[in-house]
Structures are given as structure tokens and as C-alpha cells.
Ligand binder design. Structure first.
Ligand SMILES: Cc1cc2nc3c(=O)[nH]c(=O)nc-3n(C[C@H](O)[C@H](O)[C@H](O)COP(=O)(O)O)c2cc1C
Length: 196
């Protein structure tokens, strides 16, 4: 659970996970924008990027009497310490990417570190964001509670230009809509933690 900020407003810790490894990933850009927005415009929300790129591919042979490889232990601890999760997930063939699924699966090994947390999913991709529905379905078994609104699908390839060459989100309307997702996630997290 997060610490307490000014005026006794709890600081909500958000674990942000990206489905893409690409350096100039648009979804990585959504996470960087979420970090900036939470710092500059939202009181009581702390978004931290959780790097999943060094997690080994899931293999239960790597488990030893309930202990996991060091990278996995560290990752699981970060999720446990977070109040909620923020996923930026592209579509890979209408589903979530292997990177994201691998992280979800490692976190699901008993004891499931996702259980009871609020979550939000956003996507920047070419099409309809169908991966979001697969992620919500996975979330049923992981006991993640996704906000329903606002939905956030950003067509990265449609004009006007949304991202610069580094993958930074530069479109002001898209940034404002992203802020509304974060505010909704914050409110829902407080609600399910019984603090609002
Ligand atoms: C293996 C693969 C499968 C993809 N499948 C889809 C898809 O089903 N729907 C879609 O809209 N875009 C699809 N794309 C395009 C990605 O959404 C696009 O490359 C996006 O920019 C990836 O996110 P990133 O910028 O964060 O890396 C696919 C890309 C790859 C590499």
C-alpha cells in the first residue's frame, strides 16, 4: 500500500508494464507520458515503469521449492508493492505480446502477486486494440480488476502525428485522454481499497 502524501491523501503506487521491447515503442511512449502526467498534473499518483525484459521465459523447472530466479523474485516484489497496474499493450496478432504474457504468468505463480489489484490497459497500435480484451480475460483468473472506462486505443499511424521519432507522445488530445485514464485508475484503486 502507498504512503501518505499531503492532506492525508494516500499516494497510489502504479506498476506500469509495457508489451513492447522496441526502443521507440509507441506503447513505451504511453508509459513515459503517464509518468510525466502523474508527476506534473495528478496529486497522489506515482507511476513506475517495471522493466520485464530480463525475465527468463517461464519454465517451472527454474522454480525451487517456491523460490524463483532472482529477476523474477525482484519483479514479483515490485508488483506486490504496487497498489495497481497500468498496462500498455500493443496487439500482436489480435492478442497480448509474449513479453507481457510471460510477465503475467511469472506473477501468477503461487502466491499470485496480481490478486485484488486494480488495473488499466491502454494501447497504441495500428488497429482495434483486441489485445485489451484478451488481457481483461486473463485478468479474470489473475483476479485483476480492470477499469472499464475510459477505454484508450490510440491509432499510432493515423494523422495527426501522435508520436515523435523517439516514441514520445506529442499529441495533446491523446495526452489529455491518457490523463483521464490515470484519474479513473486512481479513483477505482481508492474505491476498492476502501479509501474513498
Ligand atoms: C508480430 C506482430 C503482430 C502484430 N499484430 C497486430 C495486430 O493484430 N493488430 C494491430 O493493430 N497491429 C498489429 N501489429 C502492429 C503493432 O501494433 C505495431 O507494430 C505497434 O507499433 C507495436 O507497438 P510498439 O510501437 O509499442 O512496439 C503487429 C506487429 C507485430 C510485430
Amino acid at each position: 500500500m502507498g504512503s501518505y502524501g499531503t492532506m492525508s491523501k494516500p499516494v497510489i503506487k502504479v506498476a506500469a508494464l509495457c508489451g513492447s521491447l522496441r526502443k521507440a515503442s509507441f506503447n513505451g511512449g504511453l508509459i513515459r507520458a503517464a509518468i510525466e502526467l502523474s508527476k506534473e498534473q495528478i496529486t497522489g499518483l506515482h507511476v513506475e515503469f517495471i522493466d520485464t525484459s530480463s525475465l527468463p521465459m517461464l519454465n517451472t523447472d527454474l522454480e525451487d521449492n517456491g523460490r524463483f530466479p532472482a529477476e523474477v523474485e525482484e519483479f514479483r516484489q515490485k508488483i506486490l508493492e504496487a497498489d495497481c497496474c497500468f498496462f500498455a499493450s500493443p496487439d500482436y496478432n489480435y492478442s497480448v505480446t509474449p513479453l507481457l504474457k510471460n510477465a503475467l504468468d511469472w506473477g501468477s505463480r503461487p502466491p499470485n502477486v496480481w490478486a485484488g489489484k486494480a488495473a488499466a490497459v491502454v494501447s497504441a497500435c495500428g488497429g482495434g486494440g483486441r489485445a485489451q480484451y484478451h488481457l481483461r480475460q486473463i485478468g479474470v483468473f489473475l483476479d485483476l480488476h480492470f477499469i472499464n472506462k475510459p477505454e484508450y486505443y490510440l491509432n499510432a499511424f493515423q494523422p495527426p502525428v501522435k508520436f515523435n521519432g523517439d516514441g514520445d507522445l506529442i499529441d495533446s488530445d491523446a495526452r489529455e485522454r491518457l490523463k483521464q485514464v490515470l484519474l479513473s485508475l486512481q479513483a477505482f484503486t481508492l474505491r476498492i481499497q476502501g479509501k474513498s
